[in-house]
Design a protein around this ligand. Structure first.
Ligand code: 5GP
Length: 214
């Protein structure tokens, strides 16, 4: 799960990360926010009316949802459940309250917070994006401040001052998490070693050797 203030560059980071690690899957969120120029329904978001979003909520189709700067955002549950059951790694872009909801429902989820180099730089990036009105930018900067205070609930923090370094850090996090003992199939590994040992002992006995017990 990736969170961080609006304008910090999460979309770009996730796109680049998926280029480096093509086996990562991306969860497309639902939102009531109108599409920005170039955004495609079903690719960047599922753009829903307020009524349909409410219906998805009532039907339990959202793993989590939150209101952010006057619009609703939510993670469709079915896709996540399907991918996780198939052992896939799914990347999600969620604001901080959604991330906290997901952590409660999926405690094994890994939470990464993306930091901007400074608030001044964040504002500059929001202005450069050129898609939001000044009032919206102000709203998003205010949200940024409260989001930054939630950083301590996260597992990792990545500073997005250089795209390449930040993507490398994200890839390192994914690789390290995949190597955790708690995520490995160590029960199966132990069973394989046990079976190998029995086979080896059997062979020694057949050959007239007496394997000493340990
Ligand atoms: P934007 O409107 O800039 O695309 O996104 C605004 C905020 O909504 C971002 O902080 C983003 O992380 C968050 N967001 C995007 N999708 C979801 C979602 O499915 N759930 C939640 N809780 N937040 C989301």
């Amino acid at each position: 799960m990736v969170s961080g203030p609006s304008g910090v560059g999460k979309n770009r980071l996730i796109t680049e990360l998926r280029r480096v690690m093509p086996d990562l899957h991306y969860s497309v969120s639902a939102t009531t926010r109108p599409p920005r120029p170039g955004e495609i329904d079903g690719v960047h978001y599922f753009f829903l009316s307020q009524e349909v979003f409410e219906q998805w909520k009532q039907e339990g189709r959202l793993l989590e949802w939150a209101e952010y700067c006057g619009h609703y955002y939510g993670t469709p549950a079915e896709y996540i459940e399907h991918e996780l059951a198939a052992g896939q790694t799914v990347v999600m872009d969620v604001e901080t309250s959604g991330a906290a909801q997901i952590r409660r429902r999926l405690p094994e989820a890994v939470m990464v917070f993306i930091l901007p180099p400074s608030l001044a730089e964040l504002r500059h990036r929001l202005e450069l994006r050129g898609t939001d009105a000044p009032a919206t930018i102000l709203n998003r900067l205010r949200s940024a401040y409260s989001e930054l205070q939630k950083m301590r609930d996260y597992d990792y923090v990545v500073l997005n001052d250089s795209l390449e370094t930040a993507v490398n850090s994200l890839a390192t996090i994914v690789r390290a998490e995949r190597l955790k003992v708690s995520r490995s199939d160590y029960g199966q590994l132990l069973e394989t070693i046990h079976q190998e040992t029995l086979r080896w002992e059997g062979r020694l006995v057949e050959e007239g050797e007496h394997p000493c017990s340990v």
